[in-house]
Every structure is written in structure tokens, then in C-alpha cells.
Ligand binder design. Sequence first.
Ligand code: ATP
Length: 353
Amino acid sequence: MNYDDTPAELLAPELESDAELAFEGALRPASLSEFVGQVKVRGQLQLLLTAATMQGRTPDHILFAGPPGLGKTTLAMIVAQEGNRPLRMASGPAIQHAGDLAAVLSSLVPGEVLFIDEIHRMARSAEEMLYLAMEDFRIDIMVGKGAGATSVPLELAPFTLVGATTRAGLLPNPLRDRFGFTARLEFYADDELEQVLTRAASLLGLDIDREALAEIAGRCRGTPRIANRLLRRVRDYALVYSDRSGPSGAGTADIHSVRAALELYDVDALGLDRLDRAVMQIILTRFNGGPVGLNTLAVSVGEESETIEAVVEPFLVRIGLLTRTPRGRVATPDAWQHFGMHPASAGTLLDDL
Ligand SMILES: Nc1ncnc2c1ncn2[C@@H]1O[C@H](COP(=O)(O)OP(=O)(O)OP(=O)(O)O)[C@@H](O)[C@H]1O
């Protein structure tokens, strides 16, 4: 199997372009009741928000942790919308100095929800400023330089911080501890993805049957963002190749058109992307199924070990192709089967040396 020809962006869980941002905006659920899956988190969030409303106070600070594309930004928007609160969006990598954060914090209005995406990538100095802001709604601003510098306290409007991270482990404990509620988002089950897709198809005016939706759900790596992206390609296919007899003229899609569209884009039956396949093939061929250490693996595929650990492995483990052992990563029998290979015997390996 050749893994070099899969369009990487189609199965990448990260947001790919401004066009996709606009597309996502149109499909984003606007309330907790429209938000599919993550049942436990939804219930916990509902309780937290209702209690805050009943007591007339700002909700506790919330941290959403989990792989990209599972709905962290969507939930942050819902937190604001459900409480009828204004929302300010910021991103960790853009906060390079404490001053960047001070400018945002000092301009918040009472009750505002401040969303910081990729909060683990914020500058250290800003992180420290955030501790006090979260706890006491206050920051200390340094005025002047050198020996004459003094710190001036500044009261902030009460706000709710919603942080999102794909790497909860990288957050320092003092920051993590200041969130009143941490929600870990899980990959979605196939039936939940079908619900996401049903809703998106109806918003797109695409006439598509259950079997076809199930086929897309099975290939989108448990991730709503990818589900919507694949649906978009299926919609194009239906538009061009079907007789457009659907109610909106957007075309009709069935299992055959879904398979044809996804085959055209090299999306395999398990939704493995180029990097997944590269990782698995290296474990299978070069390391005879493992165990192989994370860093060795990362160097072999030319990728950051952070990406392998946070994005690639969770999915491969979830679909049962990989296991993590104390000695390293090991391919499962299903992995050998999926790639149509067999472990080399010890003799063959020695011959190779
Ligand atoms: N539970 C859900 N129900 C319906 N649609 C969803 C759900 N979760 C996510 N989506 C869809 O997936 C898209 C991506 O979600 P979102 O931007 O919230 O992910 P994210 O976890 O914030 O990703 P990132 O880590 O890259 O910022 C959204 O446009 C939304 O339409």
C-alpha cells in the first residue's frame, strides 16, 4: 500500500483553511441540546451553567482537553451563548508577553467569557499573570523599569476563562488547578458521528441515506471536523455525478457515491491518513511490529514526537492497530492484517542484518 498519495489535509484533524472556518461556522451547533455526543461532559456543563445562572454569578473557569476537531471551540461558544454572555476569542501562541494578556484581561466586560485556544502555548509570564486573574479577578501591572519599577494592582471584571488544549499534560499544575471544571473530550462513536452528519447534510441540503452516512462515519477517525469535511467532498460528488433529484437540487448520495467519492480522495476504510500509515508501516516493516520507542518512531517518520503522541497514537490505539507498552509501541495482529503483511521470522530478520 502506498501512503504517499493521500491528501493529508482531508483527514487532518486540524482546521485547514479560512474556507473551512466559514464552513464550520455554518455547521456549528449553537446550544448544548444541539451538541451531539460527549453526553457526560454535556450533563456536567449544563449543571455548572445552570447553577451559576441561578446564583447570578459568572460560571467557574472551564478547561476543555482533547485531540483537535472534537468540539472544544464549539463548546466554548456554547458556554457564552447559553448564559447570554459576550465571548472574546484569543489564542495561546498569540500571547507572547504578559502585556498581551493584560490588554485582553483589562478590557473584559463583566460576565464575559474569555476563550483561550491552545492555552498550553501561552508565554510563561502570561501564565503567571493568569493565576491571579483567575483566582482574584486582579492583575499586577509593572510600571517603570529597573530598580524604580513598582507593581500596580488592577481590578478586573469578573469573567469566565474557557481554556482549550490538545496537551493537558503540558499545563503547569498551578494553572490546571485553577479551573473549576476540566472536561476531557473523547473521540465520537459511529452512531454519534452519524447524528453529526445527518444534521450537517440537512443544513447542506444534501439528500443522503443512512447506509451512506454510516460509511462516512466509519472513516472519519471519530472526529466531527473530519466527518463534516468528508461530507463536503461527498456533496461535491453528488452535485456533479448524481441526477440532482434531491429536494434542494444539491444532489443525492448513496453508499455507492460515498465509496466512489472517498476512493477518489484515497480515504481508506479505517480513515487512516498518510502519517498514520507511515507510522504503522515503519513499525511493521522496519521494526517487525515493535516494540519501538516514541522518539525513534518520530525520527523515522520525520515528525515531531509531540504530534505522534498527541494526534496519531490516540487514534491508532483507539482503532486497535497499536498498543503502548512500557518497552515501546507494538503493532497488533489487526495491524498486520489491515496492511496485508506478516511478521518476519527471526531468521529472516537476521538475514537482513
Ligand atoms: N458534538 C458536535 N456536534 C456537532 N458538530 C460538532 C460537534 N463537535 C464538533 N462539531 C463540528 O466540528 C467542527 C470542529 O469543532 P471545533 O472547532 O469545536 O473543534 P476543536 O476541538 O475546537 O478543534 P481545535 O482543537 O482544532 O480548535 C465544528 O465546526 C462543528 O461543526
